[in-house]
Design a protein around this ligand. Structure first.
Ligand code: G6P
Ligand code: MG
Length: 214
């Protein structure tokens, strides 16, 4: 059955995936590196440092570790500036309804995100006290597709992996969930990769999946 649902954050709970794109776009434009939405889709679920490595594949020069550190800091500064006015109005469609449904059916809810900005974002969108547990980028050493962040969330919840359903918009996140022996529902961009246990064109359909599997 499904005893817990672990949600990715960016692109599942809130539209901050678009701000990650904008922040990386501003860095790559300044560095004259080709960057577009196709490349951006490869960054979904991937840590900040690993995202930079993917972007630098298109660079015309080698970057030193020091130069990379500068770009990583700049990216996060631009990103955080874009988050200044973030509010609950950017919570994605169906999120509040699905969480209410899960809670009223005694199914635990957690966040499993690679982002080190998770607490800040949850606070800004008013969901700081909504989740039973949070596993985020500040607590892990290996980023998706490694299952570490989801296994941490499951352990914190005290729920066995096989009873967890992950919700993801990233191919790396879908793989991470499967690598952790969890079921996974793909939303948004992750539907394309066709690896998930379930594909949801609308998040609200998660309620049907929970009904059928319990
Ligand atoms: C999420 C996003 C990625 C982002 C990563 C790290 O997984 O999908 O695009 O790179 O978090 O986010 P951070 O806020 O720590 O830079
Ligand atoms: Mg995501």
């Amino acid at each position: 059955g499904i005893k817990a649902v672990i949600f990715d954050l960016d692109g599942v709970i809130v539209s901050t995936d678009e701000y990650h794109y904008k922040a990386w776009k501003s860095i790559s434009d300044k560095e004259n590196i080709n960057f577009d939405r196709t490349i951006n889709n490869r960054l979904r679920g991937v840590s900040r440092a690993e995202s930079l490595e993917i972007i630098l594949e298109k660079a015309n020069k080698e970057y030193t570790q020091e130069e990379k550190e500068v770009l990583l800091e700049e990216k996060n500064n631009v990103y955080k500036k874009l988050l200044t006015n973030l509010s609950s109005s950017e919570i994605l469609e169906g999120v509040n309804e699905v969480i209410d449904y899960l809670k009223s059916n005694n199914i635990k809810v957690a966040i499993g995100s690679s982002s080190k900005n998770t607490s800040l974002i949850l606070e800004k969108i008013g969901l700081s006290n909504t989740f039973d547990e949070i596993a985020d980028g500040t607590m892990i050493t290996k980023s998706k597709p490694d299952p570490q962040v989801f296994i941490l969330a499951a352990n914190k919840l005290g729920v066995s992996e096989k009873d967890c359903l992950v919700v993801e918009d990233a191919e790396a996140g879908v793989e991470a969930a499967l690598n952790g022996n969890m079921k996974v529902a793909a939303v948004g961009d992750a539907i394309k990769c066709n690896k998930a246990t379930f594909n949801l064109d609308k998040l609200i359909k998660l309620t049907d999946i929970v009904k059928k599997n319990n």
